[in-house]
Design a protein around this ligand. Structure first.
Ligand code: FAD
Length: 510
């Protein structure tokens, strides 16, 4: 073509300029004449994506904001972000040629869908004589090297993972964001094409989506990182179990959406954290803040090595359970209408803001599965996938298996009470009153169990149960015992099956 030679950095996750080795590789590339070439940072946006993927408006907006932030940063360097509409396998063959592409770089991705896509694109690139470079920067460690260090298979416990990580070279320091580009890399081509999508183009109507609590983008991510790490003592003392699920302001960092999209490099987070931990006595993994980062590695490593990790069937680490199907229950749970105010407040916060605390996730996940409704963790995974800003393939599936006692965690008889759990950190139900405003006038003794309030009290509070707020859909005291018995039976069946199949790999033995 007549277009100048270019090096393309394809952004999928990794939506940042700092600590982005694949971007730097594209910037540093030299052609046969030993010259730098035009840089084209690329994002491929499938306009039909929203129809078949579960992406709610909050996350869609987060993506849009992240793209806008990237474009701004690239423009400040004399380049720009090129957003091509279509599917990767459909747009690349044309781009290879018309863009006169010499090099294509991207960040390595462990998700099965991404792996398949990337193999396909790599083959297409080869056919077109375009060189491909992949770099690991979404995880702290290269998951393949972790597997190798553990004898070719995933460590199945957290402790084991940590000991394997400790046997490996320490994560490299994060790479700086480029502050300038070689002259040949600069240039804003196709000025009226491939622009950042508007909210409208993304099917988002500003008037109907919830207000934005956690804006997307690298700029915001770095701000949030600094804010989170500003209080060194808080960082050193951080112990996850002692943070509250129902504080009005988040009691943990809320860096998860930024890590999910790669607006924040986990290596930067890790090294900044290490600096602070070196300044005094501190908590330890698994409960410390560093320990949280290792949980992320844990699910990435296991997820990268487990077939059908996001499903029960065909997933050898997952206990096979006779979960019920019940559309009404699922709907009530997903929309915060179970009649249990603590559960409903959490699910409404999730839908409104796109983020809920880890222990809040525990509460609603236990409630949906082994605790109360006995629905499949895959149902919950689907709803989380739609509503979470941080919805992440490996972490979502892994944590859902954990909470449903399908894998990793086997004390299925330890069930959270949807009434007592929240009271520990929010005696007065302030959190409930915020997200379930129907109950705002309820006396404190009934705020977690409004069905116990005498009718006169309900009337005075302006909210009659069964009329203005749902009656509870199940009776926790009764149902959780039945569920424990059902899960216990499922465990026995699994054990017997595994024994008869001579499998040692799989299941719950405790
Ligand atoms: P912090 O406590 O500040 O931790 C810092 C970082 O450590 C997080 O941003 C996250 O990247 C990582 N981390 C923390 N807890 C975990 C964990 N249990 N597993 C793996 N990594 C962790 N997290 C997601 O990012 N995406 C998901 O889709 C997701 N689905 C979940 C589903 C269920 C049922 C449960 C119980 C948990 C899920 N989590 C998921 C894990 C965890 O709840 C969130 O990562 C955490 O609450 C995010 O808030 P934070 O950034 O303030 O966490």
């Amino acid at each position: 073509g007549t277009n100048p030679e270019c090096a393309v950095h394809w952004i999928r996750k990794g939506m940042r300029l700092h600590d982005n080795p694949a971007l730097l590789a594209a910037i540093n590339f030299k052609n046969e004449q030993g010259k730098h070439v035009l840089l084209k940072p690329l994002y491929i946006l499938d306009p039909h994506f929203r129809k078949f993927m579960r992406v709610g408006p909050n996350r869609w907006r987060f993506l849009q904001q992240s793209l806008e932030d990237l474009d701004k940063k690239f423009r400040a360097l004399g380049s720009r972000l090129y957003i091509v509409r279509g599917k990767p396998e459909e747009v690349f063959p044309d781009l290879f040629k018309t863009w006169n592409m010499k090099l294509l770089t991207w960040e390595y991705d462990i998700e099965p869908y991404a792996k398949k896509r990337d193999v396909l694109i790599e083959d297409m690139a080869k056919d077109n004589k375009v060189k491909v470079e992949q770099h690991v920067s979404h995880t702290l460690y290269n998951t393949n090297l972790v597997l190798k260090a553990n004898g070719g298979k995933a460590p199945m416990t957290y402790q084991k993972l940590v000991s394997v990580l400790e046997s490996l070279p320490k994560p490299k320091p994060p790479l700086d964001a480029p502050t300038s580009l070689p002259k040949e890399c600069q240039g804003v081509h196709h000025p009226v094409e491939h622009l950042v999508p508007s909210m409208e183009e993304m099917g988002l109507d500003g008037a109907t989506i919830p207000p934005c609590k956690f804006p997307g983008g690298e700029t915001e991510a770095l701000k949030r990182l600094n804010k989170s790490l500003a209080n060194k003592e808080w960082v050193r003392k951080f112990e996850k179990p002692n943070t509250a699920p129902n504080s009005l302001e988040p009691s943990t960092t809320v860096l998860s959406p930024y890590l999910k999209f790669g607006c924040l490099s986990v290596r930067l987070f890790y090294h900044e954290l290490k600096k602070i931990l070196a300044t005094g006595p501190h908590a330890k993994p698994p409960v410390s803040l560093l320990g949280q980062i290792y949980w992320r590695e844990f699910y990435y490593v296991v997820g990268s090595d487990t077939e059908n990790f996001d499903k029960m069937k065909g997933n050898k680490i997952c206990c096979q359970v006779d979960w019920d199907t019940n559309e009404k229950y699922l709907e009530a749970w997903a929309h915060g209408k179970t009649g249990y105010p603590f559960i409903d407040a959490i699910m409404r916060q999730l839908r409104l803001e796109g983020w809920i605390h880890h222990l809040a996730r525990h509460a609603v996940a236990c409630f949906l599965t082994r605790g109360d409704l006995y629905l499949s963790w895959e149902d919950g995974q689907g709803v989380f996938e739609e509503l979470l800003l941080d919805a992440d393939w490996a972490m979502n599936a892994g944590n859902w298996m954990w909470l449903s006692a399908s894998a990793f965690f086997h004390q299925f008889f330890r069930v959270y009470s949807p009434v007592a759990f929240g009271k520990k950190t929010d005696k007065f139900g302030t959190y409930i009153k915020k997200y379930v405003p129907e109950l705002v006038k309820y006396p404190v003794e009934y705020i977690y169990s409004p069905w116990e309030a005498p009718l006169s009290v309900q009337k005075t509070a302006g909210c009659v149960i069964g009329l203005d707020y749902p009656r509870r859909i199940v009776n926790h005291e009764e149902i959780h015992k039945k569920n424990i018995a059902r899960l216990s039976a499922a465990y026995k069946r699994n054990k017997a099956n595994n024994a008869s199949q001579g499998s040692s790999s799989s299941s719950p033995s405790k």
